[in-house]
Design a protein around this ligand. Structure first.
Ligand code: B12
Length: 440
């Protein structure tokens, strides 16, 4: 059997930030030796559709594995990458009519049933992580009804099996660095560490707008620190990877685990840098120092709201004081910090906008002497079906229940549609923009 593993093009046109296809690379390493395989990341080749066409016609695979990572670029953009999935599947079906087509990945998982309906060429789909079932799905003639989390077609209907057990993080397969070469990703990014590293999967928080618990499970599955460090060391030694991004929903939770991980990195003398998304609570001077000794290059915060009401609306279980305190700590250490906030939240009022602005002023003041604020990134909430906030907006009659969330839908009603631009301008005027300075 001949297999192709394809990372579909889902990078914002012109953005140019490359991201190593971690998930697909792990799945590739599980392919049995009896199966011949080739890989293509369409995000890193100058002519992605030409490259796919050539691969298909030269190699003539029996099965195509399509990884669909992003559905849209967020950040207010109206672009959709759905056409990548549609065109990819249609091209395969046209050129190699007998090829089985399997799809998965975060974007696919979020809208799995709908995408099976929208893209009739897909034979098999998978919701969630692939490692526990991938090899079963490669067996020709395998009965999908016996495999958890799978979608398939039967008598014109789309069927789905319930999800199965989650992956034990200490049994993650290695990356397939031959098929997806890490050095193809380094050297070109301006803002983002191209190489991800997995510390955990799943999230036990239920932030109102977020579907991470749906994607990775509702509890944190931790990976043993020595496994993580071994993978980082291997990537450093073999490919000179010097900068990583932790793909965890939150890197510094639970605190004792995070500290153990930092100690393991220090003990191994890794001499690499890394970034990740941090929670403001549980962030202390001590664990920040430890993290910096372990190579922390930049702190990404996603406080998300600039008022206590907003924080509670988003179920962040955080306070503005905690956000300010965490800012003081990173400013005290002059470590590069990026802060993300959602604006024009449901129920916005003049008073709340005024207090949000005052909170932003305080953050800018805290960081000004240290000059360590790389960026403040403002967004509107991208509404996903089933997210708590979406359900609430529908329940309160503020959102049409018939809204189609497949294409980007943001919550940004009048009369506060311009706050994002006003706040961005404020940060720019304060000199906070493009001060990333990551050693990429
Ligand atoms: C870490 C992360 C980032 C990091 C990446 C750093 C790095 N170097 O890797 C940063 C912060 C840079 C980032 C940026 C972006 N991200 Co991001 N990111 C994530 C996050 C949290 C984890 C992704 C990850 O690496 N997971 C670990 C790997 C191992 O898992 P995986 O890729 O999902 O693969 C598994 C399964 O999906 C499955 N699978 C995958 N493919 C296939 C194929 C088949 C056939 C099968 C059977 C299974 C299968 O098996 C794999 C192994 O278990 C996800 C949310 C999430 N929890 O998934 C968002 C997420 C994927 N990102 C998202 C987006 C939109 C983006 C950006 C466009 C945002 C922006 N405006 O900048 C960019 C795009 C970057 C790019 N070039 O693609 C969205 C996508 C949804 C959407 N609306 O489109 C997500 C879901 C978050 C969200 N907001 O909802 N991201």
């Amino acid at each position: 059997m001949k297999l192709v593993l394809i990372q579909l093009p889902t990078s914002h046109f012109g953005a140019g930030e490359k991201v190593y296809p971690l998930g697909l690379s792990r799945l590739s390493s599980l392919v049995p030796d009896t199966v011949e395989k080739r890989g293509l990341d369409m995000n890193i080749v100058p002519d992605p559709w030409g490259a796919l066409k050539t691969l298909l016609t030269d190699y003539r695979p029996d099965m195509a594995v399509l990884s669909f990572r992003n559905l849209d670029p967020l950040a207010g953009h109206q672009t959709s990458y759905l056409s990548s999935l549609k065109t990819g599947a249609a091209l395969i079906r046209t050129l190699i009519p007998d090829c089985r087509i399997m799809a998965g990945g975060p974007a696919f998982s979020l809208f799995a049933q709908r995408l099976m309906a929208e893209v009739p060429e897909i034979d098999l789909g998978l919701i969630g992580e692939g490692e526990p079932v991938f090899v079963q799905l490669l067996v020709p003639g395998a009965d999908p009804s016996t495999v958890p989390g799978v979608l398939w077609r039967e008598k014109g209907e789309i069927r789905v099996t319930p999800p199965g057990p989650k992956m034990d993080m200490d049994r993650l397969p290695p990356l397939d660095t031959q098929v997806f070469l890490p050095t193809d990703y380094t050297g070109a990014n301006a803002y983002v560490a191209a190489m991800g590293i997995e510390g955990k999967r799943g999230c036990d928080l239920w932030c109102g707008y977020c579907l991470y618990p749906f994607l990775g499970g509702t509890c944190m599955r931790l990976r043993a620190p020595d496994f993580i460090v071994r993978e980082m060391k291997d990537l450093r030694d073999r490919f000179n990877i010097r900068l990583f991004h932790f793909t965890d929903s939150v890197v510094n939770r639970p605190a004792d685990y995070f500290e153990a991980l930092c100690r393991e990195m220090i003990k191994a003398g890794l001499d690499v840098s890394w970034t990740g998304f941090f929670r403001e609570d549980g962030f202390t001077d001590d664990n920040l120092s430890l993290a910096m000794d372990a190579g922390l290059a930049a702190v990404y915060f996603s406080g998300d709201a600039l008022t206590d009401e907003g924080l509670s609306l988003l179920n962040k279980r955080l306070t503005c004081d905690q956000i300010l305190e965490a800012a003081r700590l990173t400013a005290g250490k002059k470590i590069l910090t990026m802060s993300h906030f959602l604006v024009n939240l449901p129920g916005e009022t003049e008073d709340r906008v005024r207090r949000s602005e005052a909170m932003l002023d305080r953050l800018l003041e805290i960081h000004a002497p240290a000059g360590n604020l790389g960026a403040v990134i403002f967004n509107h909430v991208r509404l996903y079906p089933g997210a708590p906030l979406t359900r609430r907006l529908i329940g309160s009659g503020r959102l049409d229940p018939e809204t189609d969330f497949l294409y980007p839908v943001y919550h940004n009603p009048a009369p506060f549609r311009d706050i994002l631009h006003r706040f961005e301008a404020k940060c720019h005027t304060a000199g906070v923009f493009s001060r990333f300075g990551l050693d990429l």
